[in-house]
Write a protein that binds this ligand. Structure first.
Ligand code: CA
Length: 227
């Protein structure tokens, strides 16, 4: 899942970016508001973390622009302004959450996880597909109760496929959700991760079907057993 951070305080932005990357998210950072709506139209972001006091414009104006454009990406406002009037204004303009600086990174991460889950249409942290279970809070995937040795990116792809199990997910969408702009992506990166997921699932696990030119589709192993 991919997150956009809009924050002009460089040190704070670095801290947020690195902690969310450790949490398995693809993260992009902008230090001003000019390109926010443009980026959101171009790519699939699961969340925007938006500072209110930016050098070129107010976060409120950006939020208004995003919502007027019909963009539904969840937005969490991050700001030093703690006045109730500001919180109310932010929420009324279409923000989904509001966190006041200074904050505990653990709280930021937990709120991010909750907003991303809700935005994906699966508020429960536990995703399941047949015997495959992925706990997005602890980032542990198990198949028939056994933990799978998956790395961050593989888990990100797994999450993307599991939230849309039974539906086709295009390769472009996977790339957009799993990698940030500044990351080098080899042409066959997604294939490599998918191959590794298939190896981990083995014969008895769910299947990841390749639909040439369309994308990938995850099928539960329980379907054929008639469950
Ligand atoms: Ca600021």
């Amino acid at each position: 899942m991919r997150i956009l951070i809009v924050e002009d305080d460089a040190a704070l932005a670095r801290g947020i970016v690195s902690s969310l990357r450790l949490g398995g998210y693809a993260v992009d950072h902008l230090s001003n508001g000019a390109d926010v709506a443009h980026l959101l139209r171009q790519d699939v972001f699961a969340l925007v973390v938006l500072d209110l006091g930016l050098p070129d414009q107010s976060g409120f104006d950006i939020l208004r622009e995003i919502r007027r454009a019909g963009l539904q990406t969840p937005v969490m406002i991050l700001t030093a302004r703690s006045a109730v009037a500001d919180r109310v204004r932010g929420l009324d303009l279409g923000a989904d959450d509001y966190l006041t600086k200074p904050f505990d990174p653990a709280e930021l991460e937990a709120r991010v996880r909750a907003l991303v889950r809700r935005g994906s249409g699966h508020p429960d942290p536990i995703l399941s597909c047949g015997d495959l279970v992925y706990d997005r809070s602890s980032q542990v995937a198990t198949l028939c109760g056994k933990t799978l040795p998956l790395r961050k990116r593989e888990l990100a792809i797994l999450e993307s496929l599991m939230t849309r199990a039974g539906k086709v997910v295009s390769k472009d969408r996977l790339i957009s959700e799993v990698f940030g702009y500044d990351e080098e992506i080899s042409p066959n990166a997604i294939e490599v991760y998918i191959a590794r997921l298939r190896r981990c699932f083995g014969e008895s696990g769910p299947r990841i079907v390749t639909l040439r030119g369309l994308g990938y589709l995850m099928e539960s192993n329980a379907v054929e057993a008639g469950q």
